[in-house]
Design a protein around this ligand. Structure first.
Ligand code: SAH
Length: 667
């Protein structure tokens, strides 16, 4: 179980304070209330995520930030008497109760009201009273109130509630003529007959259902009172705008497929994403685009989200380079299907044929940017130094010896470093890399290609040492180390290949879409290779994301668990994916760069959910495990859509004696 007090502190700092909630009463109260006590069994691990969560009866506990925003807007103060409508889990009422003198909370669903009341009792919050009923009628027996907070969206502000406000009292409520999207409105009663109104911005709440709210069957019951705070509806719906901007894609095997991406050929780095780690269409599309960029536009580097030493084995195959002795077969560790699959095999077979028709220095290489295969990288560095500089090899062997006991289970090294309070192996691995780079001239005299390989491995050892230590400080630090390592490795390849080198990168959307335009960056302070490329290369970096609505995917249920093919849930109604699906076009390219399709871009710019399926896919908790808010048109330069997709076909991982040509996967 993660440290929940620590997570609560982070939530308040990152999700609440940093977004502008300054009210010390609100921040203090949120620090006191254990949010995990208000979410259902099984969802506690998500209690401090930046999202609403289901609480049963089709209702949700509001996103922490929204709770904070509403309580701040209602200016709840010590001594106040407050009415909350829509108690739900009781979380917001509990937070209010830590500030105010008394809280009266009404919830329509009896089961929820009972649960909320039980929670108050268990936590000893005896100044909060929860009852079942229709909150749109207010609670006249205990009125007037210093503030009323309504946690569900209605078509208009009920007069009944305004009447129950004290003079100077505040009411905060989501109002809108749609059942999903509203404006947050604050009403202040200035005297017996006057009320001032303020619009606090767009929000999304579950509907307020009752006498003065929406009817059960979803039509406003008091149309005369309904008023709209919403912007006028766009002339065209978003799916219609997508439909007009989308460029339908031809068949994956049609050469015209790659040609549609010629507009990005001027870039130095083209980054191609994927929305899962096991979807055939994403691999095949990236292969088609990459092939075009290599054949027509001089791209000579393919760098992928795989470990350096493993990708190096494939590189030797596609460029016909000598195979060093003692090379381990590549990609034998989880998740093997990510690279050992028929789509990757077909791409490598093509690349090999392409390369064999060209002189050595005009061949396109295949490289890995990731940092997990510590033991293979250690072996590769020592092998290299044994050949070019036996004295340095002896020193490196001793330094790496510090890590060797942990190389097969590097997490244990991180734990050890943490408990001893110092990074025992750090100095040595940093020095080895630095000394190798310092001796570049001396070493490259022998062979530039092997020098790049060996220093990339030494960089991997250095980054991995820091990565496994950082794992114990928090997800963001280790994520950032990993993506910074990927970026530095990419730069090292580009530098080694000279000023005309151009690279295609294959990695997950979460790595190649600009993290600063996503919740990952904004809330968790994570950066990624896409963002670093934009910062370094500006317009000479093209970031291309991929997405799908439904189909099947190769994945696992847990780390190191066997591969399964699971159905992909249809995309959520509040996601970018659903907008793409509703366009009705099965396969398309959407150019979302500024100035290309401005009306659409404007509509897409408000953050929405986007789905990230990784090696692990958990459809049961999909919303919290896999969706995250993003600003898609700023995250990517283009978006490639396949409405329905299929799982990759894995290749077997066991070894078999066989003829040479079954290389690269050594099967
Ligand atoms: N404040 C809650 C969020 C609840 S979501 C929390 O922190 O968990 C909104 C809640 O309003 C739902 O539980 C819904 O059942 C309830 N609701 C909707 N209409 C209502 C009404 N007329 N009276 C009382 N509750 C209502």
């Amino acid at each position: 179980m993660p440290d929940l007090a620590h997570e609560r502190e982070r939530m308040i700092e990152r999700q609440v304070a940093r977004r502008g909630v300054r009210d010390s009463h609100v921040l203090g109260a949120m620090r006191e209330v254990p949010r995990e006590a208000f979410v259902p069994e099984g969802l506690q691990e998500f209690a401090y995520e930046d999202t609403p969560l289901p609480i049963g009866a089709g209702q949700t506990i509001s996103q922490p930030y929204i709770v904070a925003l509403m309580i701040e807007a209602a200016a709840v103060r010590p001594g106040d008497h407050i009415l909350e409508i829509g108690a739900g889990s009781g979380y917001a009422a509990a937070v209010i109760g830590r500030i105010a003198e008394r809280v009266y909370a009404i919830e329509r669903h009896e089961t929820l009201a009972r649960l909320a009341a039980e929670r108050m009792a268990r936590l000893g919050y005896d100044n909060v009273e929860v009852r079942t009923g229709d909150g749109t009628q207010g609670w006249p027996e205990v009125a007037p109130f210093d503030a009323i907070v309504v946690a569900a969206g209605g078509p208009a502000i009920p007069q009944t509630l305004k009447d129950q406000l004290d003079i100077g009292g505040r009411l905060v409520m989501p109002v809108g003529d749609s059942q999903r999207e509203q404006r947050l409105v604050k009403v202040t009663r200035t005297d017996a007959t006057h009320f001032e109104e303020e619009d606090l911005g767009g929000v999304m709440f579950v509907p307020l259902i009752g006498e003065y709210g929406w009817a059960e069957d979803a039509r406003p019951r008091r149309p005369a009172e309904a008023r709209s705070f919403r912007d006028p509806a766009p002339a065209q719906s978003i799916p219609e705008l997508i439909r007009s901007a989308a460029e339908p894609l031809p068949d994956l095997d049609d050469p015209a497929f790659g040609a549609l991406f010629d507009r990005f050929a001027g870039a130095r780095v083209v980054l191609l994403g994927e929305a899962s780690h096991g979807t055939s269409e994403f691999y095949r599309a990236r292969a088609a685009i990459t092939r075009r960029l290599i054949e027509q536009h001089g791209f000579n580097i393919v760098a992928v989200e795989a470990d350096w030493p493993d990708a190096a084995a494939l590189d030797r195959y596609v460029r016909d380079l000598p195979v060093p002795p003692n090379t381990e077969p590549p990609f034998r560790r989880f998740p093997t299907w990510m690279w050992r699959n028929t789509d990757v095999e077909a791409f490598l077979a093509w690349l090999q044929v392409w390369n064999m028709a060209r002189p050595r220095d005009a061949r396109t290489g295949f490289y890995g940017l990731d940092l997990y295969n510590l033991s293979a990288s250690i072996a590769a560095v020592l092998d290299y130094l044994d050949r070019v500089d036996p004295e340095a090899a002896a020193v490196a062997r001793q330094r790496y010896g510090c890590l060797t006991p942990w190389a097969k289970e590097p997490q244990a090294y991180g734990r050890m470093a943490l408990s001893r309070g110092y990074a025992a192996c750090e100095d040595g691995v940093v020095k080895t890399l630095r000394e190798m780079l310092d001796r570049q001239l001396e070493y490259t005299g022998q062979d530039g290609e092997s020098f790049l390989d060996a220093t990339a491995n030494a960089r991997l050892v250095k980054s991995a040492e820091a990565y496994y230590r950082a794992m114990y400080y928090g997800a963001a630090q280790s994520w950032n180390l990993r993506d910074t390592h990927m970026f530095e490795t990419l730069e090292a390849i580009l530098n080694a290949k000279g000023p005309d080198a151009k690279a295609v990168v294959w990695a997950h959307n979460s790595h190649i879409g600009d993290a600063s335009k996503t919740e990952m960056g904004a809330v968790r302070e994570e950066l990624n290779i896409g963002q670093l490329c934009r910062e370094r290369f500006g317009d000479a970096a093209a970031l291309i994301g991929f997405g799908t609505h439904t189909g099947t995917v190769a994945c696992a249920s847990d780390w190191d668990a066997p591969m399964e093919v699971k159905p992909v849930n249809p995309s959520r109604p509040d996601s970018y994916e659903r907008l793409a699906h509703d366009s009705g076009i099965g396969r398309f390219l959407l150019d979302v760069r500024a100035g290309v399709h401005e009306p659409l871009r404007r509509e897409l710019i408000d953050p929405r959910l986007e789905r990230f399926i990784g090696v692990i896919y958990r459809p049961e908790t999909e919303r919290w495990s896999h969706y995250s808010a993003c600003t898609l048109p700023e995250q990517f330069d283009a978006y490639v859509w396949f409405d329905e997709t299929t799982a990759v076909t894995p290749l077997p991982t066991r070894m078999r004696e066989g003829p040479e040509e079954t290389w690269p996967f050594g099967l």
